[in-house]
Design a protein around this ligand. Structure first.
Ligand SMILES: [Zn+2]
Length: 98
């Protein structure tokens, strides 16, 4: 995961911060990097927020799919009823004529 707000203090390159495996040296210039706890906790909070947001978006997507499938089956039911009505009316008329 990449955080643009964390830059190498020596060369200014954006650093890829893997929180599970913190690199101690810049990949570009080799400068030693010290992570201050304030920045790290900010990143952790941001990551947690992103995770929660993604979970929310995912949940909303599932709700929408469920709602759409409900609507679709209601429409299908209407179509079936209309077809049945047409068949019944046709049968009635045909029966009445002959
Ligand atoms: Zn650097």
């Amino acid at each position: 995961m990449k955080y643009d707000n964390y830059r190498c203090p020596s060369c200014g390159s954006n650093l890829d911060i893997d929180l599970d495996n913190l690199k101690k040296y810049c990949a570009y210039c080799g400068a030693k990097i010290t992570f201050d706890t304030d920045s790290l906790s900010a990143i952790l909070i941001e990551r947690e927020k992103t995770k929660q947001y993604q979970a929310k978006v995912e949940a909303e997507k599932e709700t929408r799919i469920f709602e759409n499938s409900g609507k679709t089956s209601a429409v299908m039911l209407c179509v079936v009823y209309i077809c049945l009505a047409i068949i019944l009316v046709t049968a009635f008329i045909t029966g009445a004529i002959s």
